[in-house]
Design a protein around this ligand. Sequence first.
Ligand code: ZN
Length: 195
Amino acid sequence: MDADAVETSNLNRQPLFGEADVGARKAAVAAARLRALRPDARIEPLDERFAAANAAALVRGVDVVIDGSDDFATKFLANDVAVAARKPLVHGGILRTTAQLLTVVPGPAGCLRCLFEDPPPPDAMPSNADAGVLGALAGFAGALMAAEALRLLAGERGAYVGRLLTFEARTARARLVMIRRREGCPACRTPAPVA
Ligand SMILES: [Zn+2]
């Protein structure tokens, strides 16, 4: 799901796209590339933004939510909707030379909002467009997120459930921080919807 067009500045870290795709819709190009790799896969590209109006319905229809969005408002929305729908969420993010992963599932482990409470104010954190990002880090984080999603789909416990992984690429240092459910977290105290 993506509501953007391919830009030249994406090409260092978004390997589904090439120079010839600049200006084309990302969802359609990505679907075509994935179909070329795996013709029998069923792929439903969505050329729309994940937003408050469609988030709950979209999350209800999937087994695992994978968040590769590039802004905090979308990341917190994905967290809140996944927690409320009791669907597993694989969260990932990159900025400059750091990647971050966390998996949120129903249970005692914490969610993104248990950890950070609220998104930072719009000007507090630079975006990838402003701060830059090590291109190879996107593929690295994406591969870890894909492996995590496959574990969850196979019925295994995720490796990053309640464990925030940060990987700093300049020093090759990885850190795992335990995230417990926080009393009073506004996302986690939302009652589960009636199925
Ligand atoms: Zn929470």
